[in-house]
Design a binder for this molecule. Structure first.
Ligand SMILES: [Zn+2]
Length: 309
């Protein structure tokens, strides 16, 4: 016969064990897992992989600039109550780093997963004033080393495959019971990402779009994937000066550029100025659209068609 105090101890041990298990797979069957992400393209990844099992909180809504945006307190509170936060990546976006440390202070149990794990990061290849040299080398100089890596990792379909797999592993961590489903869904989604990547690669191999002029330096990973020459008007996040604009007008003329790509989150004024001078047009692209895969196809086509104007 077990003494009475022994029974109580055993009951306590069982309770603690049960609580421990609950901590790992904290959601009851049928209850959705709440996943917070930073930008809308990540929402598509989480929804495609998590399916009906997830609800998603996006911290930087469509149309806002993730470099400067401050989420509303109500949204921060919602994210603090989530089961999982999938970041773009530690050290990539200062507002995300700040937000995540706030959230983990509010909810020490929040599982944080870094979607950039395993992705080689690029450094913006221009630094300070040294980048503005004449003619052909404009925007292509190495300049001073910039310590902060380029945060726009999602604008590469190849990176998006890795981000999806990291997202899948994070979902499995908080909800191991549904591992097989997450793996199946992730395989389906990443094969669509890979298919589009190959289509774009083939299209650009048949038809080199030549130099592409964009306002915001967000497309270096995309340029790397397809060996494109994408030049950004923005210099280290600073607005171009009148002198810079004059250089870009010369550059655009010498490369027969017909389209200047501006972005949905920012002013098109600089792009309009250059387009006006070269007799070209401005086209708005969105690096943050929520329909990620379809948007990547749209942008690829827009870049591809730029040579034709
Ligand atoms: Zn950006």
């Amino acid at each position: 016969m077990i003494p009475r105090s022994g029974v109580i101890t055993l009951a306590l041990v069982l309770l603690v064990l049960a609580a421990g298990c609950n901590d790992i797979a904290r959601n009851a069957p049928g209850e959705r897992i709440s996943v917070a992400v930073t930008i809308p393209p990540q929402e598509e990844m989480v929804r495609e992989i998590g399916g009906e099992r997830v609800e998603v909180v996006v911290m930087v809504p469509p149309g806002s600039d993730p470099h400067t945006y401050e989420p509303e307190p109500a949204l921060v509170a919602r994210a603090a109550g989530a089961d999982l936060y999938v970041t773009i990546g530690t050290g990539l976006l200062p507002i995300e780093d700040t937000l995540v440390s706030r959230l983990t202070a509010m909810n020490p149990g929040l599982v944080v997963a870094d979607s950039s794990t395993g992705i080689p990061s690029l450094s913006p290849d221009r630094g300070g004033e040294t980048s503005l040299v004449q003619g052909e080398d404009l925007g292509r100089e190495t300049g001073q080393a910039n310590p902060s890596p380029d945060p726009h990792i999602w604008l590469s379909l190849r990176n998006a495959v890795i981000m999806s797999e990291n997202t899948r592993d994070a979902l499995i961590k908080v909800d191991p019971a549904n591992e097989n489903e997450y793996r199946r869904n992730c395989d389906k989604y990443t094969s669509r990402l890979r298919d589009l990547d190959q289509e774009i690669d083939a299209a650009y191999s048949r038809n080199d779009p030549g130099m592409i002029l964009v306002t915001h330096q967000a497309w270096d990973y995309f340029a790397r994937d397809y060996h494109l020459d994408i030049v950004a008007i923005e210099n280290d996040g600073k607005e171009a000066t009148a002198k810079d604009l004059a250089s870009f007008i010369l550059l655009a003329r010498s490369h027969g550029i017909r389209v200047v790509f501006a972005e949905a989150q920012e002013s098109t004024r600089e792009a309009e100025t250059i387009a006006g001078e070269i007799g070209g047009s401005v086209r708005v692209i969105d690096p943050l659209a929520g329909d990620y895969l379809a948007n990547m196809e749209r942008v690829a086509e827009a870049f591809g068609g730029a040579a034709q104007g």
